[in-house]
Design a protein. Sequence first.
Length: 246
Amino acid sequence: MNGVEMNLKKALSTCCVAAAVTGLLGCAAPLPGGPGGTASGEPGGLPSSYARLAAAGGRVIALDAAASTVRVYVFRGGRAAKVAHNHVLSAPVLSGFVLLSPDGAAAERFDLEFRLDQLRFDDPAQRAALGPAYASVISREAIERTRQNMLGNDNMQAERFPLVRVHSVEIVGEGPRLAAKVQFEMHGQTREFWVPLVVEGLPERLSVSGAVVLRQTDFGVVPFSLLGGLIAVKDEVVVEFKLIGA
């Protein structure tokens, strides 16, 4: 049993642990060309850097996109904000790996990515569960316009910059509560943030969840606005996640 697993086991014996990592892990697909290195030769295999770390004694966990959730909350703004809508986006297709090390948190790492052009916008079931701020019903036509506005050439430029990548630089603390300095790569820009992590389920299963606030302008993105700012979206967005792996 490695150091993190022993810490988690001890914590779980005294309290009910929550869940968290930074935004955006996923399924067992490789991370082609991402910070984790190129994929191994086998389809669905580990990135080469993770394969080397696993061979050296680490435990590599591929996260399960079908069981995981990543949501992005975008808030209405502008002088006519009351006639506009808040939006919830979700990433149904994710890729990610976590390395657990016998040397503890300082030697551990994770990499993950998802595509902007695969985001799902304003799923009715998700909106209905979020309370009054998301209670408005949005037509399919309006949802498609929102997608085109947010991902188009004047905003996120998803065709030119389709990938969002997250790479851990440093992890500190002891399970179940950790903190990670992570690099976010989006829109051709890379920025670093500290993100709190809370983990549960090890050694049988990994469950992590949490949230981080990002500013679109930090990545060179101009938040969408219409009619001179009469209707707009706020610069700040919230990325919320619950990620599962075994």
